[in-house]
Design a protein around this ligand. Structure first.
Ligand code: HEM
Length: 75
């Protein structure tokens, strides 16, 4: 599986690249197609980072990632 550094991930933030990625529990998900992640922003959260800890504050479970493709593994 593709290994993605934090530096590469940080550019997939909805501003610097045409794609939007979010890391959760070591996996990097492509959320570009989500209306809820437009411009890399989701409520008070920003893409291009590892949001594992932040999911604890969410009103939903990790099941929200099920329909998104895994791009690779966070290095
Ligand atoms: C204040 C914190 C948050 C709020 C209020 C929030 C709210 C929501 C709502 C209302 C939805 C759509 C309904 C649902 O699936 O339950 C959603 C979907 C989603 N959330 Fe969150 N969320 C929060 C934090 C997070 C965090 C930290 C992550 C990432 C670790 C995340 C990832 C997602 C994803 C991937 C979806 C699916 C988007 C889609 O289906 O297009 N959320 N969130």
């Amino acid at each position: 599986m593709l290994k993605i550094t934090r530096n590469t991930l940080s550019k997939a933030n909805g501003q610097d690249k045409p794609y939007i990625w979010v890391a959760y529990q070591g996996m990097v998900y492509d959320v570009t197609k989500s209306r809820l992640w437009r411009n890399g922003q989701h409520y008070e959260h920003w893409a291009g980072q590892d949001l594992t800890e932040e999911l604890k504050d969410a009103p939903h479970t990790k099941a929200v990632f099920d329909k998104f493709e895994i791009i690779g593994k966070l290095e």
